[in-house]
Design a protein around this ligand. Structure first.
Ligand code: ADP
Length: 583
């Protein structure tokens, strides 16, 4: 693989890991933050409920006050006829007293035209007395429905407040005027100012009229319609207060009344968790704005997600590496197996080649002996044939027949010899496992070496259990025996006492064949090397050092083992082969 391609692949891989890590961390952080905000919003919503309760309680406390005062006979009587100065004074004092006892902001009494005839604040320059409030919606409501309520900025005092009113009725339910209580919320606002949250109350038009922090009041949460503006002008609800739109944009919504919002507020552009709670009874909405908490949750989640991502990537890498390694190992195992098979095949071919060349070498050695073996009978036969001719010429037939017998024997022997040589020279396929008698193999091997045995006057002792059936390749086993016998003869060459013992005996369901000679044995230091290829102690030209190595291989292939040990007087080579059961 070209280097640049590999570098590119590595770069892409690192990019993939980093991008994945950033993405997972970002996603986890976003999720954790959102979750934290939802939890925070839940808490804020609960608090909002508490704030709403405190507002309700405050208003409820004064709701009955105008209704109760409207029943006062003194007030009814006063409104029944035009109010003169002494009556007005008395009423002013009375209202002042009640107002201070009830702890309300202001109490005022309006006549049927909406004119304030008496008020608790009669002492102040900004007193309501003498002003007409017929244009205020609460007066109109009281006139038509008996009660009224309205939040407005006082046109006279400039102080905002909640006006609760009740009709003062004369005989036959005649509308005489309205008893009005004004509530201001400075304490409530002060109380709400304790926390860091921003608390706002907006009216049905979305105009904020109560706020616990400066700069939020008289802001429009939504654009006002033309009709709204016209009506505000008539009712003078917020009188001279300029209404400024409050820019806000929802970033994330958690529910109908819960969202994360960016607000262009008095403090500049800020993000708030914005919770709203409609106050059905008044037609208002209570809002709680809280700055989202900077928590570690997001960062921790991001770190955890990055760690999980990395572990996942590395786990996958590890697994894929293991799989690749296993695949490679499997492949190399298969390659190794194939290589071993190839080598084994090569070795077998080489071994077969060696066996063949060793045989040829043996053949070469043997041909000299054979020439001598065959030459001698041929000379004898030529002489005997001459004798035969003479006998026949003289018609001495009986003697002639007798003279034919040794001739025939000699020919049979020569035929056997050449037959052996033919089979010996033949290259037999490896792995042949024919059923054969070991004793016969010994016979044939001895027959091949008979001339030499006789010439060297070796005493041969045979202890052969027969038949000794085994499975193997007769030609190869014969080759092993010839090797063993020839080595034994070589070892005894210079000795005065020459004895060769060949045994076949049964040992634990195995046939054991041993060849013992009186050649003096193998020196201890050579004992471990005699089966090594090309190990020989014989002079150059006489030994190849292959005989025992090849024999060892042949016996091994036939399922046995060729061993050697020194015994008193000489060496003993032996091998065992599994017994082939009687057919
Ligand atoms: P080679 O006969 O060509 O030397 P072999 O592999 O047949 O090769 O034998 C290896 C060596 O083992 C011989 O050179 C000889 O030293 C030793 N050896 C084999 N048989 C005998 C034996 N019966 N007695 C003593 N030495 C032996």
């Amino acid at each position: 693989m070209p280097l640049s391609f590999r570098a590119l692949r590595l770069g892409l891989f690192v990019f993939f890991i980093l991008a994945g890590m950033l993405f997972t961390a970002g996603w986890a952080m976003h999720h954790a933050k959102r979750q934290a905000m939802i939890e925070d919003a839940g808490r804020a919503s609960q608090q909002l409920g508490l704030y709403a309760n405190s507002l309700h309680t405050l208003i409820d406390r004064y709701r009955a006050l105008p209704a109760v005062l409207a029943l006062d006979p003194e007030l009814i009587k006063a409104l029944s006829s035009p109010v003169d100065k002494p009556v007005q004074d008395a009423l002013n004092h009375k209202l002042e007293r009640i107002n201070s006892t009830a702890n309300s902001s202001t109490l005022e009494l309006l006549d049927s035209t909406g004119l304030a005839v008496a008020a608790s604040n009669w002492r102040l320059p900004s007193t309501y007395v003498g002003s007409n409030y017929a244009f205020r919606p609460y007066f109109k409501q009281t006139q038509s429905q008996g009660t009224g309520r309205f939040y407005a900025v006082g046109v006279t005092s400039g102080v905002p407040g909640y006006f609760l009113s009740s009709a003062v009725q004369g005989e036959n339910q005649r509308f005489l005027g309205a008893m009005v209580v004004k509530l201001e919320f400075p304490e409530l606002e002060r109380e709400w100012r304790q926390g860091s949250d921003i608390l706002l109350v907006s009216d049905a038009r979305g105009i904020i009229f109560i706020a616990n922090q400066d700069g939020w009041r008289y802001r429009e949460l939504k654009p006002l319609s033309r009709e709204d503006r016209a009506e505000l002008a008539v009712t003078r609800q917020y009188d001279k207060q300029p209404l400024v739109p409050l820019q806000h944009q929802v970033l994330n919504r958690f529910g109908d009344n819960s969202h994360l919002t960016r607000v262009q507020g008095p403090e500049g552009s800020t993000e708030y968790l914005w919770e709203s709670l409609p106050l059905e009874a008044e037609g208002w909405t209570l809002h709680l704005l809280r700055k989202p908490q900077v928590s570690n949750a997001g960062r921790n989640a991001a770190l955890a997600a990055a760690a999980v991502w990395l572990s996942l990537v590395f786990a996958l890498l590890f697994i894929s590496q293991r799989l690749r390694l296993a695949r490679l190992r499997q492949r190399s195992r298969e390659e190794l197996k194939q290589l071993v098979e190839e080598r084994t095949r090569d070795l077998r071919t080489a071994q077969e080649g060696l066996v063949q060349s060793a045989k040829l070498a043996a053949l070469g050695q043997m041909s000299a002996a054979l020439a001598h073996e065959i030459n001698q009978p041929l000379t004898t036969q030529r002489m005997q044939l001459a004798t035969l001719r003479l006998l026949l010429d003289n018609q001495r037939y009986d003697e002639a027949r007798q003279a034919l017998e040794p001739l025939e024997q000699m020919l049979t022997r020569m035929a056997a010899l050449t037959g052996h040589l033919k089979t010996f020279a033949r290259n037999s396929p490896s792995g042949l496992r024919e059923r054969l008698d070991l004793a016969t193999v010994v016979d044939q091997a001895l027959q091949l070496l008979e001339t030499r045995i006789r010439a060297e006057q070796v005493e041969v002792a045979l202890y052969l259990a027969r038949p000794a059936w085994v499975r193997g390749d007769a030609i190869r086993l014969e080759q092993v025996l010839i090797n063993l016998l020839r080595n034994a003869l070589d070892a005894m060459a210079g000795k005065s006492y020459k004895r060769l013992e060949v045994r076949i005996e049964l040992a634990a369901d195995q046939w054991r064949l041993s060849v013992f000679d009186s050649g003096g044995g193998i020196p201890g230091e050579h004992l471990g090397n005699v089966f090594d290829p090309f190990f020989t102690t014989k002079p150059v030209g006489e030994g190849l050092g292959l005989g025992l190595a090849i024999s060892y291989g042949i016996i091994h292939e036939a399922g046995g083992r060729l061993t050697v040990e020194n015994q008193p007087g000489g060496a003993c080579f032996a091998f065992t082969l599994p017994r082939d059961p009687e057919p």
